[in-house]
Design a protein around this ligand. Structure first.
Ligand code: ADQ
Length: 737
């Protein structure tokens, strides 16, 4: 199905301005607008965003602006001066931008700005609800709208929602500083797919989600309380052909001639960016200065063309940066310049495309040295523009682009000496080598251009949505739930197999703390009291533990994942004679890993050993659990043992004993049944689900891959289900005396 595409970004691809009382429209700068501009219109989409002018300045003109923009498939979100101040210049650009670029000392944490950020995200949500439906694909962009996915999800639960972050996602150590970190992560997890430029950013995000919200993931698939969210890498491409073909255009050729006349036959080093402290302009100037100092032979033979687009000119750090750069350039030009030569040609403005393209074509070297950059499109545009494949790209390791542009000369932008030397090496690189490097770079840029990037993102978001729907279909509610209750109410002999931890109760830090509350006891008592029911609690816990908690309820019990069985008032029985000698070999290994992992501990059961890591630092816990499993694998085979991976536990016990085997005693020996159900939440319950006959109801608590036919999202809902079952039978009992 060809779904409509709704793009939501801070800015529209069209900017509205007002000059001499008249409204003007012109295309917005930046890769996203040019790259996706054509794409969303082909998809019959709508682009939602701020048109770039405060609403105070267009009082009374809102409607005519909106109707003009509508022709361009754009839908404006109008922001007033205060919102621009607090949401855009404030929280977006004084909190998130510096923090996510590791400029912690520039970061402001102010509640007033945060409140505005929430309100404006809500405003975008309301605006989106006017155009979007659950049938559309909604693609939210960038750090100004981190809360929007969850807001949209709340209102359009079945919509397909993607989110892409254009800037870096910082490491957990940085992200944790944000006082509103939980809300931000929850906001993002409203999406079906969250995309980043590089795998490092993906890693950082997953780690923050795990440590801050406690949601685990497997291969980038996060399981939240009730949904799956995919996290993946999509390195943005550029509009390759636009740059590759530009040199043919007469206006670009003219610009090349004009600039060449001005520059003479000097070698050209080019620097292009928004004037932003993350772009490393000061360090770049230091490096160029050092290069001129160390290599007098190049004076008057080179020129650095520095193009800087004014940016966020109302934020203090940017005002300061502008002054600093002006002075720095003045100093270098004063120090080395001659009557006929200025070492730096500085253009502090946005240049039109023909000029930009001409500069890319002329430049012998592109100096792209941000201190931190999500991707950096300039690096890609430079290479794409080179028709003869000549030219050298010097690229910062700290730019996302460095991950895929290994053929460039990679530098650490803080290492001024290294950058200065690399400028020299670039100017002296032989042509054959330049061609070789650039041809390879270019081929990748051609293949993975901005359309391919957007196409892959949208394909993926649709496939995640399909997976979500599959999970939805398994969710035991609505018609499915009604059918379940009807089947149950008709049953004359019902077998009810229940796991305890994670199924009837949520997990706690220490296993002994998870004792049953009154509600759960009443439910179990109520179910057991119904004469047509047979209730079996199948747990991994020790039998003494189960006796203490459930001994007086009259139901059947299975302890230690199927080692011990007990029918109501009868004594405990061992499922079969079992040896214990293996424990001496396993315990010391587990001890080593418990000592090395703060928070981890060993629990000894009669026929198994369990290594718990719920209280350990989450990532260390997972890593150590993997290592422990590896270390145990060789030994367990000799003893005929199995290793079970439960929820934050590794358990070793005799093979051929499991919950499924234990359940067979009831399923087959005590049958026939006209209703069987089993509920469980972790890997150990999968054996149980597998042992059930075809017609049985198997229910997994939580989302994720399972052999169970149905899902329920929490122990709370399982309790609700069991209460319904009691009610159904009690009412039936009353009406059928
Ligand atoms: P930016 O920080 O804006 O983007 P960048 O990726 O380099 O950085 O894109 C800048 C764009 O503006 C380029 O397309 C460039 O051609 C254009 N541009 C720059 N200077 C110009 C000038 N003087 N005149 C005209 N045009 C100029 C954010 C992230 C990046 C990420 C992009 C896309 O910070 O890391 O690569 O989004 O995801």
């Amino acid at each position: 199905m060809n779904k409509r595409l709704i793009i939501i970004a801070n800015r529209l691809p069209v900017t509205v301005s007002k000059r001499e009382g008249k409204i003007h429209y012109h295309p917005s700068a930046g890769g996203l607008a040019t790259g996706l501009g054509a794409f969303y219109r082909e998809k019959k989409g709508v682009w939602l965003g701020w048109p770039g002018l405060a609403s105070e300045k267009i009082r009374g003109l809102e409607e005519s602006i909106a109707s003009y923009l509508k022709e361009l498939d754009c839908s404006p979100v109008f922001l007033n001066q205060r919102q621009i101040e607090n949401f855009y210049y404030g929280f977006s650009n004084k909190t998130l931008w510096p923090l996510f670029h590791y400029f912690v000392h520039y970061t402001l944490f102010e509640n007033r700005m945060w409140e505005s950020y929430k309100r404006v995200n809500r405003l975008y949500c309301e605006a989106a609800l006017e155009v979007a439906t659950e049938e559309d694909v909604i693609w939210v962009h960038d750090y100004q709208l981190l809360l929007l996915p969850a807001m949209l999800r709340e209102r359009l639960p079945k919509a397909t929602i993607g989110f892409f972050l254009h800037i870096p996602f910082p490491s957990f150590e940085i992200f944790r500083l944000l006082p509103w970190r939980e809300e931000i992560l929850e906001g993002l997890l409203g999406a079906d797919l969250v995309g980043f430029h590089t795998y490092d950013y993906v890693r950082h995000f997953l780690s923050s989600v795990r440590r801050i919200l406690g949601y685990d993931h497997s291969l980038g698939l996060i399981t939240t309380r009730n949904r799956l969210v995919k996290v993946d890498t999509f390195p943005i491409g550029i509009d390759f052909l636009k740059f590759a073909r530009a040199a043919e255009l007469p206006e670009v050729k003219n610009e090349i001639h004009r600039l060449r006349r001005r520059i003479g036959d000097r070698r050209v080093i080019l620097s292009v960016d928004r004037l932003d402290y993350t772009k490393g302009v000061a360090e770049r100037l230091d490096a160029y200065e050092l290069f001129l100092e160390k290599n007098p032979q190049y004076r008057d033979k080179v020129i650095l063309v520095m193009v800087a687009v004014p940016s966020r000119t109302k934020v203090d750090h940017y005002i300061h940066l502008k002054r600093q750069v002006d002075e720095h350039i003045g100093r270098i030009n004063g120090r080395f310049g001659t009557l006929g030569w200025s070492p730096i040609l500085y253009l502090y403005r946005s240049v039109p495309f023909p000029t930009l393209s001409a500069l890319y074509n002329l430049a012998d070297v592109a100096l792209v040295t941000p201190l931190r950059d999500g991707m950096n499109l300039v690096a890609k545009e430079y290479i794409a523009s080179k028709r003869d494949n000549l030219g050298v790209l010097i690229l910062s390791e700290m730019a996302g682009a460095a991950r895929e542009m290994g053929e460039a000369l990679l530098v650490n932008p803080y290492n001024v000496g290294e950058v200065a030397q690399t400028i020299k090496a670039a100017l002296e690189m032989d042509k054959e080598e330049q061609r070789e490097r650039n041809i390879r770079l270019k081929e990748r840029l051609r293949r993975y251009d901005v359309r391919r990037w957007a196409g892959e993102f949208l394909d993926r978001v649709n496939s995640v949505r399909a997976l979500q729907e599959e999970m939805e279909e398994k969710n035991l509610r609505g018609i499915l739930l009604r059918r379940f209750l009807e089947d149950y109410s008709r049953a004359h002999r019902a077998l009810i197999l229940l796991d305890y931890d994670g199924t009837l109760t949520t997990f706690t830090d220490r296993p002994e703390k998870a004792f049953p509350d009154n509600e759960v006891k009443n439910i179990l008592k109520g179910l057991t009291a119904i004469p047509t029911n047979r209730v079996v609690l199948i747990s991994g816990r020790k039998k003494e533990n189960l006796d203490r908690w459930f001994g007086d309820l009259g139901m059947d019990l299975v302890a230690e994942h199927g080692v011990w069985l007990k029918e109501s008032d009868h004594p405990w029985e061992l499922i079969e004679p079992l040896k214990q000698d293996w424990k001496e070999a396993i315990r010391p290994i587990m001890e080593v890993y418990a000592d090395r992992t703060p928070g981890a501990f060993i629990e000894e059961k009669e026929f198994s050993l369990v290594w718990h890591y719920r209280k350990a630092e989450p990532e260390l816990g997972v890593t150590r659990a993997r290592e422990l499993k590896d270390a145990l694998l060789n030994i367990t085979e000799n003893f005929n043992l199995t290793i079970l991976e439960g929820s934050k536990v590794i358990e070793v016990k005799p093979a051929n004993i499991n919950k499924g085997m234990a359940a067979m005693r009831w399923i087959t020996n005590m049958g026939p049944w006209d209703f069987i159900m089993a509920v469980g939440d972790d890997w150990t319950d999968e054996d149980l689900f597998e042992a059930l006959p075809q017609e049985a109801y198997s229910i997994k608590v939580g989302f994720g891959l399972s052999k169970a036919k149905f899902n329920m999202d929490s122990p709370h809902r399982v309790r609700g289900l069991l209460k319904e079952m009691i009610k159904v039978k009690t009412e039936k009992g009353r009406s059928e005396p």
